[in-house]
Write a protein that binds this ligand. Structure first.
Ligand SMILES: [Zn+2]
Ligand SMILES: [Zn+2]
Length: 72
């Protein structure tokens, strides 16, 4: 069981969090932690969060003529 101190929004302070029983089969890698004081669950991500890169130059589709229906 892993425990760590994290800031709990509910308790408005640093509380001890521990891994709740994992029902998802994560095992030791379970990213879930629960506040031992109030029970609030947190997802702890240890991996680097990928930032969304600004999109590069966007190719505009060639201007297509509007699909007009001929009036009969
Ligand atoms: Zn889990
Ligand atoms: Zn709490």
């Amino acid at each position: 069981m892993s425990e760590r101190e994290l800031y709990c929004d509910t308790c408005e302070g640093v509380e001890l969090f521990e891994s709740p029983p994992c029902a998802d089969g994560h095992g030791a890698d379970c990213p879930e932690l629960a506040c031992t004081s109030c029970g609030t669950a947190l997802l702890v991500t240890t991996f680097t969060v990928h930032r969304a890169r600004p999109a590069g130059p966007v190719r505009r589709p060639a201007a297509a003529p509007p699909d007009r229906r001929r009036a009969a």
